[in-house]
Ligand binder design. Structure first.
Ligand SMILES: NC(=O)c1ccc[n+]([C@@H]2O[C@H](COP(=O)([O-])OP(=O)(O)OC[C@H]3O[C@@H](n4cnc5c(N)ncnc54)[C@H](O)[C@@H]3O)[C@@H](O)[C@H]2O)c1
Length: 377
């Protein structure tokens, strides 16, 4: 197969390309080497420089799609702006890259009968769920609305049952959960996913929306200060700088290792299923932010003080863990890498690069100035 990966030069794209090349596929990247992700490095990793065809271009450029699409059977659409917090003030940029960029893809496909595209895999996100699934002892499975700032300011971080306001417990979120994004990033991912599934049906192109959880591993951007808690904590822990934790540190995420994500994505590309669907891709393992900070700090010799700030950012969710039943059924997907092992691999890789510290402070200042970061850190 000839596979076009938009955003291919990024974290997931490069690892996916290596797996596809091993399968005997041909791979093309469409990527603008966004400076926020790549810094001043505008080259592919050496092992991909001759094996991948590279189109340097922007998904917001209508003409780039006309030249990029011919000759491919599969599109994996990964190019996106990815910062949850940043999306709350760089609203137009997120709309243009994530939504208008995707619309241009479908515009081109709709106007070009005989385009030859047989399958599209699009990167969705767990962010579309917002707070996700909980259980209430009286009301069973419930889906709390985004948390109110006033409650978080009062230190009440856990969502309550939307029906009886009783405390409730976070449980793995299935794909049947409603869309309730807490951030504009999540909203763009929701619409991007819906666009792909809609046009998948209309244009007869089976499409799969991958609802990735928090993906981590060697190769993730250490430069992008707007996303990637592991990258941020490892940059701080290496130089012994204080690690400030939002809320009370008990917020949790489903960290899924890059190799598991690549296996699931390859399975989606190769799926014989001719329908279009969305599927969670995670580890089903719940890890608190405090546990992450402690593990990263331990690896680097416990040089950093870990400070629980009580501060919070608009757009962040409290807990997230994926229900993987559908992924098992439709993609035969089972996560294989435990967080402890994957974290070790990531940190061993990260310590080979220079730590990047300046951008993170700037990203916090940007949110503070716009009233999107509350409390002192
Ligand atoms: N990494 C995660 O934890 C995670 C979780 C959920 C969803 N996702 C989604 O998966 C996809 C890939 O994520 P990633 O972690 O590899 O991100 P990444 O930032 O490492 O890679 C994104 C790539 O897209 C490129 N890009 C950005 N804007 C572009 C534009 N306008 N035109 C062309 N290329 C552009 C960047 O240069 C970069 O190479 C994204 O759509 C992201 O929203 C990622």
């Amino acid at each position: 197969m000839n596979v076009l990966i938009t955003g291919g030069a990024g974290f997931i794209g490069t690892r996916l390309a290596r797996a596809l090349l091993l399968e005997g596929d041909s791979v093309t990247f469409l990527d603008n080497f966004s400076p926020q992700v790549h810094g001043s490095n505008t080259q592919l990793p050496v092992d991909l420089q001759t094996s991948v065809r590279l189109i340097r271009g922007d998904v917001r450029d209508e003409s780039i799609w006309a030249s990029a699409l011919p000759g491919h059977q599969v599109i994996v659409h990964l190019a996106a702006e990815t910062g949850t917090g940043q999306s709350m003030y760089e609203v137009a940029k997120y709309e243009q890259v994530n939504l208008a960029g995707t619309a241009l893809l479908y515009d081109r496909l709709a106007k070009q009968p005989g385009h030859g595209i047989e399958r599209i895999v699009v990167a969705s996100s767990r962010a579309i769920y917002g707070e996700g699934a909980y259980t209430c002892s009286s009301h069973g499975m419930i889906f709390p609305q985004p948390r109110a700032s006033a409650e978080k300011k009062a230190g009440l971080f856990d969502p309550l049952c939307p029906i009886c306001a009783a405390p409730c417990t976070s449980v793995p979120t299935p794909e049947t959960a409603p869309f309730q994004p807490s951030s504009f990033y999540g909203l763009t991912k929701q619409v991007q996913e819906q666009m792909s599934l809609l046009f998948g049906e209309v244009l007869g192109i089976p499409s799969v929306a991958m609802r990735y959880q928090n993906v981590y591993g060697p190769g993730q951007s250490l430069k992008n200060p707007y996303t990637g808690i592991l990258a941020i904590f490892s940059n701080l822990a290496r130089v012994g700088a204080e690690i400030n934790i939002f809320e009370d540190g008990e917020e949790s995420r489903d960290f899924v290792y890059i190799d598991d994500v690549v296996r699931a994505t390859v399975a989606a590309i190769q799926s014989p299923d001719t329908t279009s669907f969305a599927v969670n891709v995670g580890s089903n393992e719940r890890t608190t932010v405090m546990q992450v900070a402690q593990a990263v700090n331990r690896y680097f010799g416990e040089k950093s003080n870990i400070h629980i700030s009580g501060a919070f950012r608009e757009g962040d969710i409290r807990h997230g863990v994926a229900d993987l039943n559908r992924a098992r059924d439709v993609l035969a997907y089972q996560p294989s890498v435990q967080f402890e092992h994957g974290l070790h691999n990531f940190l061993a890789w990260a310590e080979e690069s220079e730590p990047e510290l300046k951008g993170y402070e700037r990203s916090l200042d940007e949110m503070r100035q716009r009233g999107l970061l509350h409390g002192c850190i």
